[in-house]
Design a protein. Structure first.
Length: 164
């Protein structure tokens, strides 16, 4: 499996397609169908993804033999000395096969190369991925409620992992 930096609009289309495949499984039991669709449209429209890139997010894709299994995005120096993991998603049928760890390891290496000391992320307080993050060395360091419009609220934990 290889991880590649996203540099083209065609690759953003792949991310968009993956998100529309992954999110219903990830959030279907947590969010209403209306909120799920609202968030997908808001976050994964191509202009929105391009704006996220312009605002400092780096997107990566993981693939093997032309088949894409997941993606992540991160922002170096989101806060002083801290990189933010904005997104990390793998196809439901591939979860538990090391792809998430592969993406996380790649981003942790970026953290080291850029002399940051930790990796931050937000995760929905009801997301089963919290167990994955905890096993990877993240700790809950706070909570945050984010108004995303249309009366919807993201109820997140803030998690952090110190990187040596």
């Amino acid at each position: 499996m290889i991880i590649t930096q996203v540099t083209s609009p065609q690759q953003l289309e792949i991310i968009r397609s993956l998100a529309y495949t992954i999110w219903p499984d990830t959030y279907g039991a947590i969010l209403s169908e209306q909120q799920l669709n609202y968030m997908l449209d808001k976050i994964y429209a191509i202009p929105s993804l391009q704006e996220q890139q312009q605002n400092g997010q780096h997107f990566v894709l993981v693939e093997e033999d032309g088949v894409y299994y997941g993606f992540a995005s991160y922002q170096i120096n989101y806060k002083e000395g801290k990189t933010k993991l904005h997104k990390i998603y793998v196809l439901p049928q591939t979860q538990g096969k090391g792809i998430g760890k592969l993406l996380l390891g790649y981003i942790e290496q970026v953290v080291v190369e850029n002399k940051n000391q930790s990796l931050l992320l937000n995760v929905n307080r009801f997301n089963k991925a919290i167990d994955f993050y905890t096993r990877q060395g993240f700790e809950v360091v706070g909570e945050e409620n984010i108004d995303i419009g249309e009366g919807y609220l993201m109820e997140d934990y803030i998690m952090e992992k110190k990187i040596k």
